[in-house]
Design a protein around this ligand. Structure first.
Ligand SMILES: Cc1ncc(COP(=O)(O)O)c(C=O)c1O
Length: 356
């Protein structure tokens, strides 16, 4: 493999002189800050937020570096992983010229972001066992292929992809291989972040939205080698993570123990819910899950979806997604939410929850 980041990056991004904010030019302690046209009087609401946030989010990166054992220089923070996905397109894919490979059914934003950025999408659908179709991926790659998107554990199928397949792609593809690990904390599988030393083309996405329970803060994390991170830093909006989110994320990252307990609880509830659903006549399949959701095949999934709505329960109808026909994707709720869900499904099936 001959990986050359200079051949990968968009020429205009290589040449780009990034915006230099007041905070970039001075980041020390000062008595009087008159450099950024902020409102020095504060706000009638609170005096906490009148200053711009740290553009590089160093305190979050230091905490993550400690937890994840990855140097802070190999970490980029996005406004959700969704921003990282968009910035990867904007940094590395020339609109109307380059292409990327996605492996559906998978997370929808790889495709939407490609369309927004006018980047060609080539699809290598997963095999019936929801694993990568390696031969198909190989067939699709050409000189203009910049990114292969791999989601593991995958949304919406819930399974982890074979490590050896991912390594095969990393070893043989000269572009970026993005491994989206949004759900990795719910899986037994090892994260790829410790493999950054082996693969200059590896990008790993994680997020505080799932296991950390902070979807509302919009904190996505991109791990990659420094050259990739430097381009993302060049392209990102100057203050992409607001002060409130930064402060809360820093606090949350001190609670690793509590988060691990919560992950274990969610995994236990996932297994319990899978067992109950599987025992119900009319539930055709509950796919194995390494995530905080279950993909469930049921006769007339859309009808069940509509029925659940009438009961005030919203799940995700995936029945129009290829390979997920008649499937609902159900997020693991609280104990009582899961009970309500089971009761409602039993009602729809015409059985009593007791014999469910
Ligand atoms: C696989 C995957 N990646 C990324 C995201 C988005 O994460 P974030 O909330 O960090 O933007 C999701 C959200 O559902 C997801 O399923």
């Amino acid at each position: 493999m001959s990986f050359d980041i200079k051949k990968l990056v968009r020429p205009n991004i290589e040449k780009l002189k990034p915006y230099s904010s007041a905070k970039d030019e001075f980041s020390g302690e000062a008595k009087i800050l008159l450099d950024a046209n902020e409102n020095s009087l504060g706000s009638p609401l609170t005096t906490w937020y009148n200053r711009y946030p740290d553009p590089m989010q160093m305190k979050i990166k230091d905490k993550l570096s400690f937890i994840k054992k990855v140097p802070a220089t190999q970490i980029f923070i996005g406004n959700g992983s969704d921003e990282c996905i968009d910035l990867l397109y904007r940094s590395f894919c020339e609109p109307g010229k380059d292409n990327v490979i996605i492996c559906p059914p998978t997370y929808g934003m790889y495709e939407v972001s490609a369309n927004i950025n006018n980047v060609e999408i080539r699809t290598a659908p997963l095999l019936p066992d929801f694993q990568l179709n390696m031969a198909h991926i190989e067939q699709l790659v050409d000189a203009q292929t910049k990114i292969i998107w791999i989601c593991s554990p995958n949304n919406p199928t819930g399974n982890s992809l074979h490590v050896l397949d991912i390594e095969m792609v990393l070893n043989n593809f000269n572009g970026l291989v993005v491994v989206d690990e949004a759900y990795i904390n719910f899986s037994q599988q090892k994260s790829f972040i410790q493999s950054l030393v082996d693969y200059p083309n590896l990008v790993v996405l994680q997020t505080l939205s799932k296991a950390w329970g902070l979807a509302g803060l919009r904190i996505g994390i991109c791990f990659a080698n420094e050259p990739v991170i430097e381009y993302l830093n060049k392209v990102k909006p100057p203050y992409n993570i607001n002060i409130a989110s930064q402060q809360l994320a820093i606090k949350a990252l001190e609670e690793v123990g509590q988060v691990n307990d919560m992950i274990q609880h969610l995994v236990e509830m996932r297994e319990a819910l899978a067992e109950v659903l599987l025992s119900m006549p009319g539930i055709l399949q509950v796919y194995p899950s390494d995530t905080n959701f279950l993909l469930v095949k049921v006769q007339n999934a859309t009808q069940l979806y509509q029925y659940l709505l009438t009961q005030g329960i919203v799940v995700r109808d995936r029945s129009n997604v290829e390979f997920c026909e008649d499937c609902l994707r159900i997020t693991i709720g609280t104990e009582s939410e899961n009970t309500h869900l089971v009761d409602a499904i039993a009602q729809w099936l015409g059985i009593t929850p007791d014999n469910a």
